[in-house]
Design a protein around this ligand. Structure first.
Ligand SMILES: Nc1ncnc2c1ncn2[C@@H]1O[C@H](COP(=O)(O)OP(=O)(O)OP(=O)(O)O)[C@@H](O)[C@H]1O
Length: 277
């Protein structure tokens, strides 16, 4: 029996066994598109929350999704993450992964992380412990119960702390962080799972102007290595980060393009931007 499977090796607490590792599949982005949403309709008792919606997200881009209340933004996120089933259409992660065949936890494991508007950090744990817990949760239940972090994983948490700008707060309990810091910590917790695609719902709601600015920097810095889709109502914030903006209206894409093109689009002005600052 090799050392790997010998009794002594089996109980090494710093070792993650290949059979316990999450089975992340390679995402085929050879055509530079990471998310294909085609002809998607979601029918709630006769009401179409999504109506033959088509949307393509490029690998590594930062896309902003805007639209009035009820336009279908949350329903779209729910379909992508497997929370809501669609009645028609297809949703592919890269060229080959049919997301409609996967459950919510499987989709998370495939590399799609979602952050809801309200931060859900563990308030009594430190910033470091929150990141440690999310890393372990990602690795699986057995790992959560038994393993210490490897050097590599500790380095990764340090890297995440650096990305989210909370190095100085690593030993602080999360409950003592400001609202903005909690949001950044939660983004860090998503990063622990090394996602390819991040779906982020209203990240700057309730933030101070300084926190909003820092969040813009953070999300911009994540794009490239990750693909980031942000749902946001704060148009000033959207202006500050967006390269491409998609406007949803009544469950379909009304317009898509640069912020400048969107702001000058008469349809968008009529149904959405007219009453925006
Ligand atoms: N489970 C459900 N059952 C029935 N109708 C629903 C359900 N979920 C959403 N809807 C309806 O579908 C439409 C789209 O809702 P959705 O939450 O996706 O919009 P949204 O763009 O995210 O709005 P907001 O900006 O207010 O969050 C709304 O009219 C909503 O009332």
């Amino acid at each position: 029996m090799s050392e790997n499977y010998g009794q002594r090796g089996l109980w090494r607490r710093d070792r993650v066994w290949s059979f316990l590792e999450p089975r992340a599949r390679e995402v085929d982005v050879s055509r530079n598109v990471i998310l294909y949403i085609e002809g998607v309709t979601v029918n709630f008792d006769g009401f179409k929350a999504l109506n033959d919606l088509n949307l393509y997200i490029n690998d590594g881009e930062l896309r902003c999704l805007i639209g009035a209340n009820g336009a279908g933004k949350t329903t779209l996120m729910d379909v992508i993450t497997g929370k809501t089933q669609c009645n028609q259409g297809s949703v592919y992660f890269g060229q080959t992964i049919n997301l409609l065949e996967h459950s919510e936890p499987e989709i998370a494991r495939l590399g799609i992380g979602r952050k809801f508007q309200k931060p859900t950090v563990f308030e009594v744990h430190t910033v470091y412990e929150n990141l440690e817990l999310s890393l372990k949760t990602y690795k699986g239940v057995w790992y959560t119960l038994s393993a210490k972090l490897s050097m590599e994983e500790m380095d990764y948490i340090d890297e995440v702390l650096n990305i989210i700008g909370l190095e100085k707060h690593r030993y602080q309990v999360a409950g003592a962080l400001s609202h903005g810091e909690k949001q950044w910590l939660e983004i860090g917790m998503l990063l622990a799972a090394e996602p390819r695609l991040l779906l982020i719902d209203e990240p700057v709601a309730g933030m101070t102007p300084q926190e909003t600015e820092r969040t813009a920097e953070l999300l911009t810095s994540l794009a490239g290595d990750h693909t980031v889709v942000v749902v946001e109502h704060d148009m000033e914030f959207v202006r500050s980060i967006a390269r491409t903006v998609t406007v949803l209206h009544q469950g379909s894409v009304l317009a898509e393009g640069s912020m400048e093109a969107i702001q000058n689009n008469p349809d968008v002005i009529e149904v959405y931007l007219g009453d925006q600052p």
